[in-house]
Write a new protein. Structure first.
Length: 196
């Protein structure tokens, strides 16, 4: 199981957490029902209840243990020292303005990009968003520290840049439309027989 983008991961987690939440609600209902009974619960009834609690704990912890490495950005972060980016973009943020190396960053599908972002004054965010306003990736940008984001683009599209951290009222206007353009993914899928 591998997820190429945050939308696929979100869809999977929506299902997993919905099932998990339903099970937790069932435990609470079972516990509440047993509290209202006049006769005390038999020990045989308590064993499945505590077994159910143990199952929920194991399922919740297990879900995160077995899916941590399928999150698209985790593998790249874990092996970051071995990864060589195909492109590096230095971005500066000062006085609520993004200063980009060019007006538009044109990328090919599969490009591994390192965004090296420096804040000269405040804490900002550096977030790339799809046209439907869902987030592709983001990081917090702190002044006086190294702020880098390594990202591989697997989907065609034109993405907007905006700050994802509160930096005062002027931060609301920190929006740069159509800053990243990625192409070539559809051609890649076609030449690989329908798989990425």
């Amino acid at each position: 199981m591998t997820f190429l983008n945050s939308l696929e991961l979100l869809a999977f987690h929506n299902v997993a957490y919905s099932v998990y939440s339903a099970l937790i609600i069932a435990v609470i209902a079972w516990f509440g029902y047993n509290l209202t009974r006049k006769e005390k619960a038999e020990p045989l009834v308590r064993i499945p209840f505590y077994g159910f609690i143990a199952f929920l704990v194991a399922a919740g912890v297990g879900h995160h243990i077995f899916t941590y490495n399928v999150v698209p950005w985790v593998a790249e972060d874990i092996t970051r020292a071995k990864n060589t980016p195909s492109k590096i973009y230095k971005v500066t943020i000062e006085k609520h303005q993004f200063k980009l190396p060019s007006e538009k960053l044109v990328l090919n599908c599969g490009d591994k990009v390192l965004f090296d972002v420096e804040s000269k004054d405040l804490v900002y965010g550096f977030g790339l968003f799809r046209k439907n306003h869902t987030m592709v990736t983001q990081m917090q940008v702190n002044p006086g520290s190294k702020n880098t984001l390594l990202w591989t683009f697997h989907d065609d599209g034109v993405f907007d840049l905006m700050s994802t951290e509160y930096s005062g009222p002027k931060g609301n206007a920190m929006f740069v439309p159509n800053v990243v353009e990625v192409s070539g993914c559809k051609e890649k899928v076609a030449t690989n027989g329908g798989s990425k």
